[in-house]
Design a protein around this ligand. Structure first.
Ligand SMILES: NC(=O)c1ccc[n+]([C@@H]2O[C@H](COP(=O)([O-])OP(=O)(O)OC[C@H]3O[C@@H](n4cnc5c(N)ncnc54)[C@H](OP(=O)(O)O)[C@@H]3O)[C@@H](O)[C@H]2O)c1
Length: 434
């Protein structure tokens, strides 16, 4: 007697845009392989969009619906949320879980704002919650943090997780372009939205930093816990000064344990990275995340951080994992926030700094400036001076110092007669040593 064909695993898609249409395409095109990997066929039962009358390449017209609430509550084995935004995405996910569906989402904004509610609903309903695509698109990163490194102790996560800003900074570097020119080019090429605020303001990277920090440090972290500064203040002069010193400027998401090990600091800001650091060569729209763990040492994850097909690849990986759990009766990983480390202020973060000053060119100036650093316990690593006549440019690079001490130093510098203006202050990341 032939073996009975296993019942299909049903999949409902909430969203049929850039990512959703690619998920639908892959579910259809790769159906035989996916069925073999899961042990049961995957059956797409509906795709919810705002405008169901508009044809979508790769999405069968008879599956399109504008009734997202109805589709979410239909009790599919797996609901994939790729609509974006907080509402109605959150309500739809909760209604799907209440109906017994496992949920896959790419929605970093929702996870970083209110992941706890989603985790709780998944636990209450005995379903899975997977979200690999929410950070760094196609790059397998959350599963390694959540599963492969579950036996290690992560010390630091340092990454380029926003392709739009990386593209803009790469253009500023390679073409000497001003920020506004590089942004306009990114918009013309489709790498930046018409309203680029979420990207250039660092908010998208901050949401991803919160998700990474929560998984890395087993501690609940939300967007509000992330200190966030975007790239709008980065100038062509900063980029040039960085280049002269052998650095590039990157927008970094950083999550790290405090020196006492009892806290975690999560921050997003532009920083100078030495040319020989692996993150320095990550260009254009690519993403990369550098993870440092106590036993494993340093690792880097690199690849495409966005785009329909790359992001859909990560979504499909989660669909296969959730579907296998359905077939085997298993469960995916649940929320792990047992460590409950305190989320500390960026004032406690220890990093190196570059300070660019416009100073009067007369004797004693250097001594006064060095004193301002010393008074605040900030030790100077390198000083470079150029210019003649009345004005001189002075660039100071420091050893490790706390953010608070550096801020006090800069406040002091602004009060000195010798200092005409503080032209730029930027953190330096990725250098070894004190
Ligand atoms: N694009 C990427 O590269 C990327 C990468 C990683 C993560 N993500 C995340 O993936 C998610 C989707 O992004 P995307 O770029 O695919 O967005 P998108 O192209 O704007 O697609 C959103 C889809 O959701 C539908 N939709 C939105 N609100 C709806 C509502 N209230 N009811 C019914 N349908 C609704 C839209 O319908 P219409 O088509 O009718 O407007 C559209 O099909 C977001 O959370 C995003 O952050 C995206």
């Amino acid at each position: 007697m032939p073996a009975a064909t296993p019942a299909p695993i049903t999949v409902a898609l909430l969203g049929g845009g850039t990512v959703g249409s690619q998920v639908a395409r892959l579910l259809t095109e790769s159906a035989p392989d996916l069925a073999a990997r899961v042990g049961a066929p995957l059956q797409l039962i509906g795709v919810a969009v705002r405008d169901a009358s508009r044809p979508r390449p790769g999405v069968p017209a008879d599956l399109l619906t504008d009734d997202a609430a109805g589709l979410a509550a239909r009790g599919a084995d797996i609901v994939v949320e790729v609509m974006g935004g907080i509402e109605p995405a959150r309500s739809l996910i909760l209604s799907a879980m209440a109906a017994g569906s496992s949920v896959i989402t790419a929605n970093k904004a929702l996870l970083a704002a209110d992941g706890a509610t989603l985790y709780r609903a998944a636990a209450d309903n005995g379903v899975d919650l997977y979200f690999e695509a929410s950070v760094a698109g196609a790059i397998p990163l959350l599963r390694p943090l959540r599963e492969s490194l579950a036996g290690d102790r992560v010390v630091k996560v340092l990454g380029i997780v926003n392709g739009t800003t990386n593209f803009i900074l790469s253009k500023m570097e390679s073409e000497g372009a001003d920020y506004a020119v590089a942004l306009a080019e990114a918009q013309a090429l489709g790498y930046a939205e018409a309203d680029p605020t979420a990207d250039v303001g660092g908010h998208d990277a901050a949401a991803k930093a919160a998700i990474l920090a929560e998984l890395a440090f087993h501690t609940r972290v939300t967007t509000d816990d992330v200190s966030c500064e975007g790239i709008t203040g980065v100038t062509a002069a900063d980029v040039e000064a960085a280049r002269d010193m052998g650095f590039v400027i990157k927008l970094l998401a950083v999550a790290e344990r405090t020196a006492d090990g009892a806290g975690v600091i999560v921050r997003v800001h532009p920083a100078m990275v030495p040319n020989d650091h692996p993150l320095a060569s990550v260009r254009d729209a690519f993403n990369a995340v550098f993870v440092e763990a106590e036993s494993a040492g340093e690792m880097m994850f690199y690849g495409r951080g966005a785009g329909g097909a790359p992001t859909a690849s990560a979504v499909l990986g989660d669909v296969v994992a959730a579907a296998r759990n359905r077939v085997s009766g298993g469960r995916g990983p649940t929320e792990s926030v047992y460590a409950a480390l305190g989320v500390r202020s960026i004032d406690e973060a220890r990093t190196r700094y570059y300070v660019n000053l416009d100073v009067a060119d007369r004797p004693g100036v250097l001594a006064a400036i060095a004193q301002a650093f010393a008074d605040n316990g900030v030790s100077i690593q390198v000083v470079r001076q150029d210019g003649h006549g009345d004005d001189a440019g002075l660039i100071v690079r420091t050893h490790l110092a706390t953010e608070g001490a550096l801020r006090r130093t800069v406040d002091n510098l602004r009060t000195l007669d010798a200092v005409k203006s503080v032209v730029g202050v930027m953190r330096v990341e990725g250098e070894a040593g004190p």
